[in-house]
Write a protein that binds this ligand. Sequence first.
Ligand code: UD1
Length: 420
Amino acid sequence: MDYLKITGGTKLSGSVQISGAKNSALPIIAATILSDKEVVLKNLPNVVDIRTLLKLIGMLGGTVEHNETVAEINNGTMNSTKAVYEIVSQMRASILVLGPLLARFGECEVSLPGGCAIGQRPIDLHLKAMESMGAKIEIKGGYVRAEAPNGLQGAKIVFDKITVGGTENTLMAAALAHGTTTIVNAAKEPEIVQLCDMLSDAGVKIKGTGTSEIIIEGTGQKPLIFKEVEIIPDRIEAGTYLCAAAITNSTITLEKVNATHIEASIDKLENMGCSFEIDGSNITINGTNRLNPVSLVTTEYPGFPTDMQAQFMAVATMAIGESVIEERLFENRFMHVSELNRLGADIWLKGSVAAIRPVAQLHGADVMATDLRASSALVLAGLVAQGTTNVRRIYHLDRGYDNLEGKLSALGAKIERLSE
Ligand code: UD1
C-alpha cells in the first residue's frame, strides 16, 4: 500500500496550479445522463473519485473517452439503470445518478451508500424529494428502487436541512420533469451554481441560481443538449494550499483559483495574521511567524466549509494561543484529532467542539489517514513536524487531491510517495 513520507521543517515557495473541483465535476458527470448526445467536460481533476463515477457511467452503458482532465461522454448508448453496490460503496456521491436516471428513463436502482467515516450521512432528503415529484420508492436488498413510469412531475420541495447532494439530485430530476419545481432551502455552494449554469446553457429555464430558492421548468422528459463545460477551480484544494503556506510561514501563489469561493478561508487566515494579494485568478498568501488562534464554526456556503475544518485544525496547532473549532455538519468529523495528537498536538474534544492548545513543536510519527480531508490535515502537520511523518492509508487522499505530493514537492516540500 502507498504512503507519504514527509520530512518537516522546509519553507514553501513558488506557484501551484489549482485543479478543477471534484465536487463540481461529480454532479456534472451525473448530469450528462440527462442527454443522449455527446458532452465534453474540461478541467476535470485527475483523482480517483472522478474515475469511479466515469466507470459507473460506462457500466450503465454510456460511452466514455477520458484522459486526465478531459472527458467526452455520450449517454446515447446508455442501456442500464442499475448503479451497483461495487461502485456506490466506493463513493457515496454515486447517489447523484439517482435523479438523472429516474428523470430520463422513468426508473432506476441505486445501491444504498451506507454510512461513512465522518458520520451516518443518510439520503432521506434525496428520496423525499423524488417522492414529492411522483416517484415510487422502495428499498429492498440494499438498493433504492425508484419508478416514475410517466416521468417526474414538478413539485414544491422544502428541504428540512440544507443538503448539497440533495439539491443537486433534485435539480437534475427537475430539469426533465413535467412542469415547474421549486426547491426551498436549497444549497448555495459554487458547485450548485455551476450545475444550474450547465442546465441553463442547455435551455432549461432556471430562476434563483445561487439563492436558497431555485425554480426549474422541466422539459417533460426531453433529453438535453449540453454545451462544453469547464469545471470551476477546486475551492477546497485551494484552501488546503493556503493552509500549507500558513502552517509553514511561507509565501506561495495559487493560480487558476476563484477568490470569491474561498472568502471564508481567506478571512480566517487573515484573522490569524496571514496577508493576501489577489490578482485576477491568482492569489498570493504571505504567512506569518506569529499565527493568531482561530475560532470557527463549520456551516453551509458561504459560511466556513466543513471540508476545510481538518486543515485549519492542523494550522491552529501552530498558533500562539488556544483555538476553538466547532463542527456542525457531520457528527463524526474529528477522526484526525487523535492522529494530530500523535504528532504532538494538544487538542481536546467535547462533543462537536475541539479546543486546540498551542504547542512549541510537532514531532514526526506514523499516522493514519481516516477520510479525505483528515488526510490532508495530517500532510499539513507533517510539513512542520520535526523529523519524519509517514501518512498511511492515502487512498483517501487520492480520491480527491490531484497530485498532492507532486504539487507540494514543486513548492519545495520534502514529500515522497512510497510503497510498502
Ligand atoms: C457534499 C460534499 C462534501 C461536503 C458536504 C457538506 C460532494 C460530492 N460532497 O456532501 O464534500 O462535506 O457536501 O458541504 O459534493 N443529510 C441528511 N439527509 C440527506 C442528505 C444529507 O440528513 O438526505 C445531512 C448530512 O448527513 C449532513 C448534512 O445533511 O449532516 C449536509 O450533507 P450534504 O450537504 O447532503 O452533503 P453531501 O452532498 O453528501
